[in-house]
Design a protein around this ligand. Structure first.
Ligand SMILES: [Cu+2]
Length: 214
């Protein structure tokens, strides 16, 4: 196979991978559960992980007015908390100070709060989910952890909106940015390779045909 045909093949394969990566990404695990009826019960498992993250950091489509059992595990060496703000639809500004976080949780008491203090500790508890659809932010209130990006989002009766800021290390959601970069990078490579192929073909067209072997 001629080198430029190999290049063309590589371009097609890469484009296929880029498109697959862009379109084939599954929504976060909890969102794949689909809508659930009001009432009843549900269980969620969440872990505090190293570098100030939650795994997962996005949990959606939990049932309304339901008994939610929470299993919160410390998969890190530091103590962490899991505090769900009851302020519906409010994305806490990333520059909130400890005082502002305290003020928020004083005005909007936590829907649920748990803490784990050492690696491997598991906290199990439960709370009743809200009666109407909405999303909420949860944070770790250990000093400095929110500022490091230790937060996530939980939604009842709906998926977590896709436009919220996330930078926890435990993210299950590929960011839109990385998808866009993958697609753009793939398209640029395809364009460059196509240019090379066209250039080589044009150059080849001006060459005399190769001599036939005897
Ligand atoms: Cu923490």
């Amino acid at each position: 196979m001629r080198p430029w045909n190999l290049l063309a093949l590589a371009a097609v394969v890469f484009a296929g991978i880029a498109v697959t990566a862009a379109s084939g990404q599954l929504p976060p695990r909890a969102d794949r559960l689909g809508s659930q009826p009001a009432g009843g019960s549900a269980s969620i498992s969440i872990a505090a992980v190293s570098n100030f993250g939650y795994q997962p950091d996005t949990i959606g489509n939990l049932p309304l007015s339901a008994n939610i059992t929470v299993t919160f595990t410390d998969d890190d060496v530091l103590p962490h908390t899991f505090n769900i703000s009851s302020r519906e639809g409010f994305e806490i500004p990333n520059d909130y100070t400890a005082a502002q976080l305290n003020q928020l949780f004083t005005e909007y008491h936590a829907l649920y709060a748990a803490e784990v203090n050492y690696e491997g500790e598991v906290s199990v508890g439960n709370f009743t989910s809200p009666s109407s659809p909405g999303w909420y932010e949860f944070i770790c209130n250990q000093s400095g952890h929110f500022a490091e990006g230790m937060y996530g989002f939980i939604a009842f009766g709906e998926p977590v909106p896709s436009n919220l800021t996330r930078h926890g290390t435990g993210s299950e959601i590929p960011t839109t940015g990385s998808t866009v970069i993958a697609v753009l990078g793939g398209l640029i490579i395809v364009a460059v390779l196509a240019g090379i192929i066209i250039w080589r073909r044009r150059r080849g067209a001006h060459r005399p045909p190769p001599e036939l072997l005897p």
